[in-house]
Structures are given as structure tokens and as C-alpha cells.
Design a protein around this ligand. Structure first.
Ligand code: C2O
Ligand code: CU
Ligand code: CU
Length: 535
């Protein structure tokens, strides 16, 4: 065990000790916005706002019948020009980062055949999808590379955990019997989700419905999905990720990064600090934080002749779709995997204004995200309606049970006996849920279909907690009212160090085995994940 690991463990082992770190940035100093360590790029960073904002292509179905749209998406490597003048090898859906956007409608099923032409096993998860268990991308339901022989998975032991391992491709069926919402699909392979997503395996999946259409919110080129993700690059422009080994054997990151990997370049839709020209009218921005570990507090700063002034967001939707009513917000904080659907009115500023999407939790290069240049007049657009979506309230007094889950770094109880140790190289401490590292063989909860339950989450450090299968509603945070980002239907809740949060959840329609986990992907890979089995 190296000195730095020991000092990490001494510091973190107390769990009360969240701040002080000698060379170990468990929590950034200053505002302490996140848990993780900064990885610096090995080359000069590009000028901000110089690259145009890419908008991911919308996938076209290979086949559409009366009742289903079928897609085929290939996971493969490709070279992308992310930093001007260099190429970056990405692992992309259809070779692109972000992957193609799938546009779907509530109630109209989508089937996607995901082929794996990478060199490593993958699993695809539709985040926020109300999806049958066998299509949910369970972490050991691996797809081995096309052409791989079974038994050479590199993750052979997982086959013992009831994973359904296939070779070359898997067909996922998404019934999409769910509200309109900004969903996303991304890799979910056990122990290696962090590096896989970091290298590019993430895309938007947008569900529409009549309720959303009826509101007349900005559409077409005035509806922008924005995938925000930080990265670091090496001297040649390749993604820099502190993996223990290039072939993922063993998986895991260098111990200095076990609290999370933070990059110094902020990408939006795969471009560094892009710029985008807009008209003086309203835009709908579908904001997604697809970063491994970084949190953002987003703000709009209009830079005009009269100096800098803020522009507000009107939040219309969250992880699980429309809010009941718009919420005016000066800033929007997003932890990894959270989404916010916002309307911004650029008519509030004169033509010629640059509106910077800033990150109040960032320092230096990470203090800004992208810019909108207001270059022309636009239509006088209808205001955002006062009433948005119907949000059914789950009634916590009907809850059949309250379950408590602690998201904490702990000593692995199995380590001494050698159980569960230690192909990850992480040593006997891991990120855990209620004292256990992830095991496909253990259920942390066994809810019944249709029951309302209260789940209480406790944290030591920052942990964005995500639950598969159904969205939930935040009832309370630290015994008080939910926070500004907690309204509506959520699937990921941003918990700060030492917080407690209660949510009401009701699992419906699909029985089977699912996971819930921390969406800091380094924590997730280092075992901060748990099963629940619905019956
Ligand atoms: Cu976004 Cu279990 O994942
Ligand atoms: Cu998910
Ligand atoms: Cu975490």
C-alpha cells in the first residue's frame, strides 16, 4: 500500500473528516463544490467560445412499423476533432460523442439493437427509462465484443452473478410508457462505467408527448439538448483518464482519483466551451450533466455595453419531465446525471450581447461552460405557460415501509476473509451502500410492484443518488423542505456531504432486478451501487 493510499484512508476513514487534504483533493477547497480530484490536461487549452456548438444528429429508425420504431446503433471507436487541430480517439455510439439523439413518443415502443464493435464488454442503460429488467442494461448483462469467444470476456467472474452475457449485440426494448422527458443512454458495464462514459459512450434520448406539445415551448432550432461533461486531454489530444490499466484488468482508477475524476476542459455536446448564435427570442435548453464527478451551478451572464448582468432561467422540466409550473431560477445546480429543462429569453438583451453560461462552482477554465451570441431579432414568442404538466403526488402516508441507505466510504467487511477482495486494486476500503460493496448477489431492497415506499438516503461526502426503473419525489432534505432542484419527478438527487434526504417511490409494471447507485461514476465503479428486486 502506498503512502498516498494510506493517507487517503486515514483521512477518509474517519468520515467526519471531509475537508483537510494534504495533496489529496477529496473535496475542492473554497466552496467545496464536489468530491473528486482535478486532472490537468497536458496541452494548452483552446480559446473559449471559438468552436461552434455541435448538435448531435437525430437517429433515424432502421425500420418503423405500426407499433414500434427499430434502431440499430454500433458502439465503435472513431477519431473526433474535439480540440481544434488535434484528434481524439472516442468510443462512441455510431462512433460519435455524444451519440445520436433518439427521439421517441410516449406510448410508442422503441427497440434498439446495440452492436458492440469495441474491444471491451459493454452494457447500455437508458437513464430515466421505465424499462423491463432484461433491457435495462444491468451491469453484468454484458455484450462481449463482436467476434469475442465466450470465456474471454475479461470479466469472466461476472457470469457467476446471473448476468446474461451475449456476444456482439443485444436488442433492448423500451416500452416508453412514461411522461415526456429528457433521458439519456450511456454505458453501465460493471466496474468500468466511468472510463466508458468518459471516452464517449453517452447520448440523448428525448421522449415527447401530447402534454408537452400542447405547451408550445420553443422547438426545432430553438430546442437545444446540451450535454455538459468535463474532460482532460494528454499532450496528443487523447482523453486522459487515470485508469489503473489500459485493458481494464484490473478496473479502477489511480488512488488519487478514487473520489472522482474532474477534468479542466468543459465540453458541451463534445465541443470545448462552444459558442452558439441565437436570435432575440426564447430557447428551450435541455441541460444534462454527463460528467463523471463534476457538479455545476449554472448561471447566465449577459455581457453588454452596460456591463455584466444576470439572465434568469425559467425551469420547466426536470429528470422525469415537466414541472407543474415554471420555476424562475437565477442558477441551476446539476450533479452528475441530473437534467434541467429550462427556457431562456434572449429577447431580454440587445442584439450584439454575448450571454455566457457560467459555472459558479468552477475555478479558472471550469468557471464557464459555453456562450450564446445574440446576433439577430427573433419572433416575439408566447410566454411560458403558467401551468405545465400534471404531477401526481405520491402520498408518503401510504408508504408500506421506510428504508434507509447510507452512501459512505467504509472498510470492506469481506476484505479480511478475502471475500470480495480485491481484483479492483482498491484495497479494503470502498464506496459502499449501507456498509456493503456492490454485489449482484445481494438485494438491498425487495419492493412490491405498486407499493409506495419511502427511501431515506444518508451521505458522508457528495453523492448524487440515482434509482433505476421509476422516478421518485423528494419529500424532505435534512428534515426540511426539498431544495430548489428537488421538485417534480426525479431519478437522481444531489446530496451534499452529511445530508439526509427522503424520497417517495413506487415501482410499477416491471418486476425483476435493478440497481440504484451513486452517479459519481468513480464511486459507482468502486462499488457504491446496490440491487433491488421488484416482485
Ligand atoms: Cu445513469 Cu445506473 O445510471
Ligand atoms: Cu439509470
Ligand atoms: Cu458518490
Amino acid at each position: 500500500m502506498s503512502v498516498s493510499r494510506r493517507s487517503f484512508l486515514r483521512l477518509a476513514g474517519g468520515l467526519g473528516l471531509v475537508g483537510a487534504t494534504a495533496g489529496l483533493h477529496l473535496v475542492d477547497l473554497g466552496p467545496r463544490p464536489q468530491t473528486g480530484s482535478l486532472l490537468r490536461s497536458g496541452r494548452p487549452l483552446p480559446r473559449p467560445f471559438a468552436v461552434p456548438l455541435p448538435v448531435p444528429a437525430v437517429a433515424r429508425p432502421a425500420e418503423s412499423t405500426g407499433d414500434v420504431d427499430r434502431y440499430e446503433i454500433v458502439q465503435r471507436e472513431a477519431d473526433a476533432e474535439i480540440l481544434p487541430g488535434t484528434t481524439t480517439r472516442v468510443w462512441g455510439y455510431d462512433g460519435t460523442f455524444p451519440g445520436p439523439t433518439i427521439r421517441a413518443r410516449r406510448g410508442r415502443p422503441v427497440e434498439v439493437r446495440f452492436r458492440n464493435e469495441l474491444a471491451v464488454p459493454t452494457a447500455v442503460h437508458l437513464h430515466g427509462g421505465h424499462t423491463p429488467a432484461d433491457s435495462d442494461g444491468y451491469p453484468t448483462d454484458l455484450v462481449l465484443p463482436a467476434g469475442a469467444r465466450a470465456g474471454r470476456a475479461g470479466h469472466g467472474e461476472h457470469r457467476d452473478h446471473g448476468g446474461e452475457v451475449v456476444t456482439g449485440r443485444r436488442d433492448h426494448r423500451y416500452p416508453l410508457d412514461q411522461r415526456a422527458a429528457t433521458l439519456w443512454y450511456h454505458d453501465h458495464a460493471m466496474d468500468v462505467t466511468g472510463p466508458h462514459v468518459y471516452r464517449g459512450l453517452a447520448g440523448f434520448f428525448l421522449v415527447g408527448d401530447d402534454e408537452d406539445d400542447a405547451l408550445g415551448l420553443p422547438g426545432d432550432e430553438r430546442e437545444l439538448p446540451l450535454m455538459i461533461a468535463d474532460r482532460a486531454f494528454d499532450g496528443d489530444g487523447a482523453f486522459l483518464y487515470p485508469a489503473l490499466s489500459p485493458d481494464e484488468r484490473p478496473p479502477g482508477v489511480e488512488e488519487r482519483f478514487m473520489a472522482g475524476v474532474l477534468g479542466d476542459v468543459v465540453l458541451v455536446n463534445g465541443a470545448p466551451w462552444p459558442g452558439h448564435e441565437v436570435a432575440r427570442t426564447t430557447y428551450r435548453l435541455r441541460l444534462l450533466n454527463a460528467s463523471n464527478a463534476r457538479r455545476y451551478e449554472l448561471a447566465l451572464e449577459a455581457d453588454g455595453d452596460a456591463g455584466t448582468r444576470p439572465l434568469a432561467f425559467s425551469q420547466v422540466g426536470t429528470d422525469g419531465g415537466l414541472l407543474e409550473a415554471p420555476r424562475r431560477r437565477a442558477t441551476v445546480t446539476l450533479a452528475p446525471a441530473e437534467r434541467a429543462d429550462v427556457v431562456v429569453d434572449f429577447a431580454a438583451v440587445p442584439t450584439g450581447t454575448r450571454v455566457v453560461l457560467a459555472n459558479r462552482l468552477g475555478r479558472g477554465s471550469t468557471a464557464r461552460v459555453m456562450a450564446f451570441d445574440v446576433v439577430r431579432d427573433g419572433l416575439d414568442d408566447a410566454a411560458v405557460p403558467e401551468r405545465l404538466g400534471e404531477v401526481e403526488r405520491l402520498d408518503p402516508t401510504e408508504a408500506v415501509t421506510t428504508r434507509t441507505f447510507a452512501f459512505q466510504l467504509q472498510r470492506d467487511p469481506g476484505a479480511e476473509s478475502g471475500v470480495g477482495a480485491d481484483d479492483t486494486g482498491l484495497g479494503p476500503h470502498r464506496w459502499m451502500v449501507s456498509g456493503r460493496p456492490f454485489s449482484p448477489d445481494h438485494d438491498h431492497a425487495t419492493p412490491r410492484l405498486g407499493d409506495v415506499e419511502v427511501w431515506r438516503f444518508l451521505t458522508d461526502l457528495h453523492h448524487p443518488v440515482h434509482v433505476h426503473l421509476d422516478h421518485f419525489q423528494v419529500l424532505a432534505r435534512n428534515g426540511r423542505d426539498p431544495g430548489p432542484g428537488d421538485h417534480g419527478w426525479k431519478d437522481t438527487v444531489d446530496l451534499l456531504p452529511g445530508e439526509t434526504c427522503e424520497v417517495a417511490v413506487r415501482f410499477t409494471d416491471h418486476a425483476g432486478r435493478y440497481v440504484f447507485h451513486c452517479h459519481n461514476l468513480e464511486h459507482e465503479d468502486m462499488a457504491m451501487m446496490a440491487n433491488f428486486s421488484v416482485s
